[in-house]
Design a protein around this ligand. Structure first.
Ligand SMILES: Cc1ncc(COP(=O)(O)O)c(C=O)c1O
Length: 379
């Protein structure tokens, strides 16, 4: 069969494909209960299925979608299954699934205001909502990231830059000494990886022991800080965990904030997993002290049922903190527009350039569920 892309009218294609895809998704959801959650296929099996030459001639979209149904979907991990209990990968909200399709149809580059005014404004709005949810004040700011891993990287870069004035220009060659970072041994691996990326090295992470209940031992943290100072190391950042990946444990966030303040350290809370507890009237006290953090990682693509990829980093002291760490003006975006629109250039607040319109699915999810809806789910 020959490809119809060049001849079909775009409207007709969307109507036709939209109907087919809607049927695929609806049939999939209707049959989830009877599907095996995990495929028994081995890598060898799937290598055979997908072992094919580079496509020379295009084929009809229907043929491609049939392969999706028969070969991709059947061997996928059935995350939306009611019998899927794997960590916190969520069954996506239907409105989030379709928001993703809408975002693709507009294909905004959510990096710069001038490339996507509504995507920028919606991102700013959802970030304001998350900041408020977490207890941050009006000055706070946030940016979306691909997930908690990237959000942690962004936050640690801000921490590094505060400890070392010349880090952005001079890198770690001009560092005043060995910057050191502290977190419980329950810390997510992305922290260690980020420390390598920002030039501090994995060895700069002090993994503080936890007790039998997996909470950080704050006495051990204080001792380690004292020892490191004596050894001329520079404590730079303390990380609290709100929802450890393997155990769900929440560190004593207020006490860690106090220790960070006493030691002139940046305080980051990794709430990728547990941040959503802020919706719960019953459990949100467990996050007491989170609003004292300089930065917070929060993953809407976990307990908020927003489809991947949707992470966020929030900063207490405003967008300037992120801009100082990441802003750069390329030649092709350098005209002075003399207005406040530059404030809405999200490429200035993190490491991404071209950015997907991911705020749309979060905005729609929040509007669909409302605070009360999420509170009811959290119970
Ligand atoms: C505590 C914590 N931090 C960070 C991450 C990384 O998030 P992501 O997988 O969205 O990059 C996870 C993911 O499981 C996590 O549990």
């Amino acid at each position: 069969m020959t490809k119809t892309v060049l001849t079909d009218d775009l409207v007709t294609q969307h109507e036709r494909l939209g109907r087919t895809v809607t049927t695929i998704i609806a049939d999939y959801v209707a049959t989830l209960d009877s599907r095996k959650v995990t495929s028994t296929a081995t890598p060898q099996d799937l290598l055979k299925v997908f072992d094919e030459p580079f496509p020379e001639q295009g084929i009809a979209a229907e043929e491609i979608l049939a392969r999706f149904t028969n070969e991709v979907l059947v061997h996928a991990m059935q995350v939306p299954s009611p019998r899927y209990f794997g960590q916190f990968n969520p069954t996506p909200l239907p409105i989030g699934v379709w928001a993703d399709a809408l975002a693709s149809s507009l294909n905004q580059n959510a990096g710069a205001w001038r490339n996507g005014p509504t995507s920028a404004m919606i991102e700013a709005r959802v970030m304001r909502w998350l900041c408020k949810l977490i207890g941050y004040g009006e000055e706070s700011f946030g940016t979306l990231a691909s997930g908690g891993t990237e959000a942690n990287l962004i936050a640690l870069k801000c921490a590094r830059d505060r400890a070392h004035d010349d880090a952005v220009q001079g890198g770690m060659r001009s560092a005043p000494g060995n910057l050191t970072v502290y977190a419980s041994e329950q810390v997510h691996f992305s922290i260690e990886r980020s420390l390598d990326i920002i030039g501090l090295g994995r060895a700069s992470l002090r993994k503080i022991p936890t007790g039998h209940d997996f909470h950080i031992q704050t006495d051990a943290l204080r001792t380690q800080l004292d020892e490191d100072r004596k050894a001329a190391l520079i404590p730079c950042c303390i990380i609290g965990i709100a929802g450890a990946t393997s155990t769900g444990v929440i560190d004593p966030l207020a006490e860690l904030a106090q220790i960070a303040a006493e030691n002139n350290c940046w305080y980051h809370v990794d709430a990728a997993y547990g941040g959503t507890l802020a919706f719960s009237f019953r459990h949100r006290d467990r996050l007491n002290g989170i609003d004292l953090a300089d930065s917070i990682t929060f993953d809407p693509h976990k307990w908020m049922f927003v489809p991947f990829a949707c992470g966020a980093v929030l900063v207490r002291d405003g967008g300037r903190v992120l801009r100082d760490a990441f802003d750069i003006t390329p030649e092709y975006l350098n005209e002075d527009r003399g207005g406040a629109d530059v404030e809405f250039d999200f490429f200035r607040y993190g490491q991404m350039g071209t950015r997907r319109f991911n705020s749309l699915k979060l905005w729609m999810a929040l509007k669909f569920m409302g605070r009360q809806g999420y509170a009811a789910v959290m119970a």
